[in-house]
Design a protein around this ligand. Structure first.
Ligand code: GLN
Length: 242
């Protein structure tokens, strides 16, 4: 078995080392005897969604998002077809914002892909915090770090589920207590950097949905996650006293 991971625009969207998420996915495949291939699609290249099992769209500054926006709009139809066909996607922060209709900044509107019913508006101050989430979709807490000026709102009729409820931190907009979105096999989130190493349960969900789509079934053998679980627990204890 093999999974192909497509990293979109790592030359522009790689804030706080989002690339670590690729390494985590690849290693958790290889530890289970599943081959993992990583394709990097830089800003001059055309991505081949037909080959991809998992796509990562990372975070970026407002300036980088503005540059990447026109590139994304050129590939919008292929990207949309991939998502609607159940393609697995992890979109982080700046990449998450670009899944929606737009991101309004003081410098103007950055158009998004309209793959999901989201709108983002820049606000002040920046929302910077460690984060702890709980979610019925995951067996234990999701922990991470957020740093964004944008406030993201889901459309009233969108039917989008959040990635999790905020127990600590700000989340999508600092108001409604929700963080991220789940849509088909898409995870969108403001949680940056080593999201997946800190949350192997989130990584395995991405691997599972990708394997199911490619092979019709997913057998993920358990890994020894004692250290990852202990690190996750330590964050939960530190910020929630529980
Ligand atoms: N530029 C966006 C914001 O500040 C996203 C930043 C990021 O990816 N950290 O809201």
């Amino acid at each position: 078995m093999k999974l192909t991971i497509l990293h979109l625009y790592p030359d522009l969207l790689n804030l706080y080392g989002d690339r670590g998420n690729i390494q985590c996915m690849a290693m958790r495949c290889r530890w289970r005897g599943i081959e993992a291939e990583v394709l990097e699609c830089c800003s001059g290249d055309r991505p081949d969604f037909a080959r991809a099992d998992i796509v990562l769209l990372g975070g970026g500054s407002d300036r980088e998002q503005q540059i990447v926006c026109s590139k994304l709009l050129e590939i919008r139809d292929d990207f949309h077809a991939y998502v609607e066909d159940g393609g697995t996607l992890l979109a982080v922060c700046g990449g998450y914002q670009l899944l929606g209709h737009y991101y309004d900044t003081a410098q103007g509107r950055i158009r998004g892909l309209s793959l999901v019913d989201l709108r983002t508006v820049q606000g002040s101050p920046r929302l910077i915090s460690n984060v702890v989430l709980e979610s019925d979709d995951f067996p234990y807490e999701i922990v991470g770090f957020e740093n964004h000026g944008g406030r993201t709102f889901t459309g009233a009729e969108s039917g989008l589920r959040p990635l999790g409820r905020v127990l600590y931190g700000y989340g999508n907009n600092g108001r409604d207590g929700m963080e991220g979105i789940l849509y088909k096999n898409v995870i969108g989130t403001y949680l940056h950097g080593p999201l997946l190493p800190k949350n192997p349960h989130v990584c395995d969900r991405l691997l599972r949905t990708a394997l199911e789509r490619r092979y019709g079934a997913a057998e993920l053998s358990p890994l020894d996650d004692r250290q990852e679980r202990a690190a996750n627990r330590a964050i939960v204890r530190r910020f929630l006293n529980r």
